[in-house]
Design a protein around this ligand. Structure first.
Ligand code: ADP
Ligand code: ADP
Ligand code: MG
Length: 591
């Protein structure tokens, strides 16, 4: 087989995954071409690529999803290959074929392999033939509602109706009892037709204590395939992944091997090249065992959560993708691969957990992640960027590694605590609550975990808002103090009592009213006093009294004490707006 060297790659994507691909290309000395829509003119992937081509208006359907524009951009810049990232055109078989016809290397599987796995129903048939266990159910062609209903009755409730073309958790309906079937079928068909242009459905037994465990596979043009072990993506909300980890906690070695072998059989059955993921649903009601896993679907692309696999196998899967696309064999043999330690990934979203996770848009006024060893920050945005309505509101992925699950998990909680976002609401605090939950810490969970614990996971810390407000007050006092010092310095008459700060600061009788508004429009009329020894403040809010003081450790980092407890926070200020960020919380106030 011929080797074709790739020296320039066009990345047909945006955001963190485009930046992720650029990272590897930079290391390998491969030139990169970015494409961008109107909304992304100043985006990081454009900034960082060697060249960039504008491909149209902001909606993806008018830019990132238009094959012609991508192909034209590749030709105009002399790129040898196209990396599709995930989403957009990554699982579009026609696009993969088109690249082939145009003499461009598609960094991914052949169109026919994508097609074979494109519809969940046909994929399941293929897997049955390849000897891969599938979830019991009906995936026939006859879509007569009476036939489907009968199939559901035979399978036994609860069942899951899935649009065969579905993805991203869309087009699925769980049915608890026979009476609800007709309505759920309607809904699944409608969603399938509207979102994916296909209203064909399949019916599956609903697995009761399900864990989502998927296997990373890799195939090459020489007919070989290997597996890079598993990822556990059971922590989901609305069938969308929130926290991922590798390896899967409690995975017995014989089951790992059985799943890996099944995944490799699946990949070989469709002559698979490049990175792919076989998603299995695992029935955990009797613990994990080699008989309790079923094929769900294959994602014929690089997966969002691929970094946890890279962390435990010490590989760069984008490099592997490029090498395999050049015609090289898979860089490692199965027996050269092993698991080292444990890794977690969380998806940091601009969304409001308290308001049913409503996506947030707007300016990322402040974005700071404290770096440490054994972590990765994957992001396509920097402070000052806009999170727009046009694309997924993911701000970043945070990834950690540790020798053990506990170590990687503790590190992740630390990393999230060291992540500060202002301007937008995020799920950071929700993520901390999730990772700190005792059942999750004990690895006792299934895909229902978030739903079942949602109230605790979105709960606000007792008195959290008041603590944030006290921190905002201490920021305000630090500002007042700074102003006073400046005036004192600049004064030509240093002894003039009106220019000295002692008028308010050192006087024990100092008292001042202060009004703050919180984000919800709540108004707080506070009264400030100096405390007795003049080092801190006493703040009264109605009947409640708070004792506090604070100072800036460095530019944006506040260290403050409220009622004897120490808090570390980051602060974003703009005129009379003060945003306090700590422990995944973002609390904006107006003075
Ligand atoms: P992944 O683990 O890569 O996110 P999924 O199976 O969860 O894989 O998602 C399938 C595809 O759907 C991905 O390519 C992702 O970009 C896309 N996707 C994710 N969330 C949504 C959504 N809410 N609506 C539409 N597509 C989505
Ligand atoms: P999508 O293409 O939207 O990612 P999947 O078939 O991969 O659809 O299913 C998405 C999620 O739905 C899974 O990760 C799992 O949590 C849940 N799920 C899917 N099939 C079943 C099933 N048969 N029983 C229970 N849960 C399921
Ligand atoms: Mg899936």
């Amino acid at each position: 087989m011929d080797i074709k060297n790739i020296s320039k790659i066009l990345i047909a994507n945006r955001g963190e995954i485009a930046c992720r691909v650029i990272d590897t290309c930079e290391r390998l000395g491969i030139q990169t071409v970015a494409v961008y829509s109107d909304a992304d003119a100043d985006a990081q992937h454009v900034e960082r690529a060697d060249e960039a081509i504008h491909i149209g208006p902001s909606p993806a359907a008018e830019s990132y999803l238009i094959a012609d524009k991508i192909i034209d951009a590749a030709k105009a810049t002399g790129a040898d290959a196209i990396h599709p990232g995930y989403g957009f055109l990554s699982e579009n078989a026609e696009f993969a074929d088109r690249c082939d016809q145009e003499g461009l290397i598609f960094i991914g599987p052949k169109g026919k392999s994508i097609r074979a796995m494109g519809l969940k129903g046909t994929a399941k048939k293929l897997m049955v033939d390849a000897g891969v266990p599938v979830v019991p159910g009906y995936h026939g062609e006859d879509q007569d509602p009476a036939v489907l209903k009968k199939a559901a009755d035979d399978i036994g409730y609860p069942v899951l109706i899935k649009a065969v073309a579905g993805g991203g958790g869309k087009g699925m309906r769980k049915v608890m009892k026979a009476e609800d079937f007709a309505e759920a079928l309607e809904a699944a068909k409608r969603e399938g037709a509207n979102s994916f242009g296909n209203d064909v459905v399949l019916i599956e037994k609903f697995i009761e204590k399900p864990r989502h465990i998927e296997i990373q596979v890799f195939g090459d043009s020489h007919g070989d395939a290997v597996y890079l072990f598993e990822r556990d993506c059971s922590l989901q909300r609305r069938h969308q992944k929130v926290v991922e980890e590798a390896p899967a906690p409690g995975m017995p070695e014989d089951m790992r091997q059985a799943m890996g072998d099944a995944a490799v059989r699946a990949a070989k059955a469709i002559d698979y090249q490049g990175a792919g993921t076989i998603e299995f649903i695992v029935d955990a009601s009797n613990g994990l065992n080699p008989k309790g896993f079923y094929f769900m679907e294959m994602n014929t692309r690089l997966q969002v959560e691929h970094p946890v696999t890279e962390m435990i196998t010490d590989t760069d899967l984008v490099e592997w993708q490029i090498r395999v696309a050049e015609g090289h064999p898979i860089p490692k043999k199965q027996d050269e691969l092993s698991i080292e330690g444990h890794s977690f990934e969380v998806r940091l979203y601009a969304e409001d957990p308290a308001k049913n996770f409503m996506p947030q848009t707007g300016r990322l006024d402040y974005f700071h992640v404290e770096k440490q060893d054994n972590m990765r920050l994957e992001s396509g945005v920097i402070e000052g960027d806009e999170i727009s309505v046009f694309y997924d509101p993911m701000i970043a992925k945070l990834v950690t590694h540790g020798a053990t699950r506990d170590e990687a998990l503790t590190r992740m909680i630390d990393v999230i605590r060291g992540t500060y976002v202002a301007g937008l609401k995020t799920n950071l605090n929700f993520l901390i609550n999730t990772l700190k939950h005792s059942a999750f810490q004990d690895a006792d969970f299934d895909t229902n975990f978030i739903d079942q614990n949602i109230d605790t996971l979105v709960a606000d810390e007792d008195d959290g808002l008041m603590v944030d407000m006290m921190l905002a007050v201490s920021v305000r006092q630090a500002m007042v103090m700074e102003d006073a010092m400046e005036q004192f310095d600049q004064s030509s008459e240093p002894n003039n009592p009106f220019n000295t700060m002692d008028g308010w600061r050192l006087n024990v009788d100092y008292q001042e009213p202060l009004t703050l508004l919180d984000e919800a429009g709540g108004k707080y009329e506070l009264a400030l006093f100096n405390d007795e020894d003049g080092v801190g403040y006493v703040v009264k809010n109605g009947d409640e009294t708070y004792y506090m003081n604070g100072y800036f450790d460095h530019e944006d980092a506040l260290i403050a004490q409220v009622n004897g407890r120490l808090y570390k926070a980051h602060v974003w200020q703009d005129d009379n707006h003060i945003t306090i960020m700590r422990d995944g919380r973002t609390a904006p106030f107006t003075l």
